[in-house]
Design a protein. Sequence first.
Length: 136
Amino acid sequence: MASYDTMPVNAGGDPSGPPPSVRVVLGGVMLLAGLVVLTDVAFASVVTPVFVGTAAILVGVFEIVYAFWARRWGGLSWQTLLGSLYIALGLMLTDVAGSSLMEVLTNIVARSVRTQELLQTYTIGLLCKRRLRPIG
């Protein structure tokens, strides 16, 4: 049997959301930001990694602080590791502010593929060295 929430809603339709005037102002800000991005793509490609990197650093710091603040949850090590990864990503993105986010991600993939190739070559070399011994 389905149950429905009979809580009364305000004029905006959401019982806990911001007032309609705040929604209109935020919509206007988003519209202006979209127009700025469309008018100057070069500016947007430089600002985007810096903005995303700064946000990742802030999220990482808050994640680590929350991990130590709510120890009873039991995920201290996982939340600390996740926060550290957020901070590392943010530092990496803000370090390369002159390049686009896609270039950064492509660089990460290329480095990981190269590392995998080196590990495979080393492993295959060890396996072949053990199997192919000279006779005599």
